[in-house]
Design a protein around this ligand. Sequence first.
Ligand SMILES: Cc1ncc(COP(=O)(O)O)c(C=O)c1O
Length: 372
Amino acid sequence: MNIPLFEIYNDENDVKFISEEIASGKFWAVGSRISEFEEKIADYIGTKHAVSLNSGTSALHAALLSQGIGKNDEVIVPSFTFIATANCALFTGAKPVFADIEETSCGLNPESVENLINKNTKAIIPVHYGGCPCQINELKDIAEDNDLILIEDAAEAFGASVGGKNIATFGDLNVLSFCQNKVITTGEGGAIVTDSDELYEKLNLIRSHGRWEGADYFSSSGLFDYVDLGFNWRMSNLTATLGISQIQKVDKIIELRQKNADYLSKRLLEETDEVIVPDVPKGYDHVFQLFSIFANNRNELIKYLESNGVSSKIYFHPIHQSEFYKNKLKYNVNLPVTESVFEKTITLPMYPSITTEQMDYIAETVGKFYKI
Ligand SMILES: Cc1ncc(COP(=O)(O)O)c(C=O)c1O
């Protein structure tokens, strides 16, 4: 067997939607599919607005810019995440400050966050690791008590919820990614969801050269004014078309992910007691963008799986230990839980279209490794 880490869930509708858009021979950059996709995102998550962007990274950057965060400001982030969560602070001239995580959700530990707040702190960016909600209610309270901006990095958690409330509705601004390994994907892409009309307008200007896109810039004879500094961070109309097709099946995708994660967890525990499978807290709806477990002798396990045709990966190497942060930026921080989680975590293949046979093979291969 040869089992990839992930496969993109796709169907005929994806091909039909994008083919029609291509065949139209127009509106490949800007077009009505963008606002259509945005309305569907906002409806699904339950926010007033969604602003699509060309990546989750641009979305994080735009979120900080929209709040005027920059030089001398500090932004509290986890280190156990994709590097964009921290880099977005650097992009604006601000300083990312790393808080530790707790082991159950692998999200920010509220106590660790509280200890880092000082007069320069402007924002907190919690991450919902691999689709598992972090302790977002507690973090929201901390942000409110200290007058800080809360930006949920929900890149990995589209469709997750806590106590019936959707992830990406807790923050002042909430970031989504539609990169290819996410719950739904447009290849590359991202969005910010918010209830604020003011932020919605600012974000529209930031993503498109400070220009208000009321009409189609490319085919309108009208003059477009530039009222602020902005970037070209627009999602293309072609890409948004794929997003519309993907969001139509998101409930099915999540159901399959959860069902498969349950099965794989059960099978792993039947094969070995050398691993710890995800333990989803009560009231948390985990969407399993990643299926990560804790495993003894993790590095040897990765090699053994590879030699037996099973892909795996370590999500994530802590950011504060990267060459860039450690040696170039001279970060010297101590995050005991982050470091111990990193030593044992391994992400196994698990995706909507994975078969029972494939999951049995993964579990049996893990089991065999511990019997050697
Ligand atoms: C937690 C987290 N934040 C931000 C991003 C950045 O998103 P993108 O890859 O769309 O730029 C990712 C994606 O990998 C992510 O996992």
